[in-house]
Ligand binder design. Structure first.
Ligand SMILES: Nc1nc2c(ncn2[C@@H]2O[C@H](COP(=O)(O)OP(=O)(O)O)[C@@H](O)[C@H]2O)c(=O)[nH]1
Ligand SMILES: [Mg+2]
Length: 353
């Protein structure tokens, strides 16, 4: 996960650190050169030499004990490398700008002991800058479920093949494991095989699936599932929908109708991490058309770049609720800053891709 981004960031960190160190080194070296030149001079008396050398050596000690201050020019090239690394990692342009300007303003003007290693400073600044764009101030998914009146109705939307149905099954299992009762609504009445796919998950997980025929009105299916939940005291309704092309206005209208009739507590946009900017564009369009409360990003296990995960909540202004990290029911990670930062910075040792 995120291997290529992790490697690029790591080499950027090194290059920033090295640039700073090299610049310090230059200052010291020029004094050392001078010491050497004077020592070799033959036209000076012993006393004169000693006096000059004493003076320069003092300057060197003073320099070594003093501080250096980072300036914009020192950082120009390394920051450009950072920008490139983030762009190549699929981070959205706005987010790249936010990160780079934060790194820049946090490094410039910083004092440090001459020749002291800057690796830690650079690492901290980069870490904090990325943390600021991914942080998520709203309630977590668990808190929302806990605090909402029951049944909590959750609508899953997004384009075809991004993992909506699979994610619904994962979320259902997670809720069930936490002791909630769950019913599934087969709101994808459009795609061949969709009803059966959800039915199979329902059977495996021991959950009731409410469905109508293919071609029937998904609003009515979801309505029935909510009625069923109310009648039986079921805690959560998870509603599947057909994969819409975001450009398809008929299907968008259908989603609007689903929302109007069923007033879900949460409308969650599902897309895949590997889709990069396409996922971000789609999230914005879905939000404009129907209104979103948050995102689930799937297939992180197949994404080497990581930029979509870094960008999506900054770009949409909505929280990420979960990450999908594989095809099994348990491959679902509730959003946690630390988890994501670990993946980005590679403190995680059990990485394979
Ligand atoms: N590797 C991986 N595959 C996933 C993940 N989530 C879903 N998939 C796969 O993506 C494909 C499409 O999933 P599906 O749930 O049918 O998508 P939908 O059309 O949006 O309902 C299936 O083969 C899933 O197994 C994930 O997190 N990681
Ligand atoms: Mg589906």
């Amino acid at each position: 996960m995120f291997k290529s981004l992790r490697e690029k960031l790591s080499s950027v960190k090194e290059s920033i650190s090295r640039t700073i160190h090299d610049k310090d080194k230059e200052k010291v070296t020029s004094l050392e050169d001078e010491i050497e030149t004077i020592s070799k001079k033959e036209d000076l008396s012993k006393e004169e030499k000693a006096q000059k050398l004493g003076f320069i050596k003092k300057a060197k000690t003073f320099l070594l004990e003093g501080e250096s201050i980072l300036n914009e020019k020192d950082l120009e090239e390394p920051l450009w490398n950072l920008e490139l690394a983030l762009m190549e990692g699929n981070v959205a342009l706005l987010v790249v700008e936010a990160i780079v300007s934060s790194v820049k303003s946090n490094l410039i003007g910083r004092k440090k002991k001459l020749l002291a290693h800057t690796d830690e400073i650079v690492e901290d600044v980069l870490y904090e800058s990325i943390k600021n764009v991914i942080k998520n101030d709203g309630l977590s998914f668990d808190e929302i479920i806990e605090k909402s009146d029951k049944p909590v109705v959750i609508l899953f939307v997004g384009v075809n093949g991004t993992g909506k149905t699979t994610t619904i099954a994962k979320v259902a299992k997670r809720l069930k494991d936490k002791g909630y009762s769950v019913v599934l609504a087969s709101g994808d009445t459009y795609r061949t095989g969709a009803l059966e796919q959800l039915e199979i998950h329902g059977e495996r997980l021991g959950l009731k699936v409410i469905k109508h025929q293919y071609g029937s009105d998904p609003s009515a299916v979801i309505y029935d599932a909510i009625e069923h939940a109310k009648a039986r005291g079921i805690d959560v309704v998870l509603a599947d929908t057909a994969g819409r092309m975001h450009t398809n206005s008929n299907l968008m209208r259908e989603l609007q109708k689903i929302k109007r009739i069923n007033s879900p507590d949460l409308t969650i946009f599902v897309d895949e991490a590997i889709a990069g900017n396409d996922a971000l564009e789609r999230a914005k369009l879905f939000d404009e058309a129907i209104g979103l409360d948050g995102t689930i990003l799937t297939k992180l296990d197949t994404d080497a770049k990581g930029g979509t995960a870094i960008s999506i909540s900054y770009i949409t202004g909505k929280p990420i609720f979960f990450f999908g990290t594989g095809q099994s029911y348990d491959d679902l990670i509730i959003f946690q800053e630390d988890w994501l930062l670990n993946k980005i910075f590679g403190n995680d040792s059990e990485e394979e891709n």
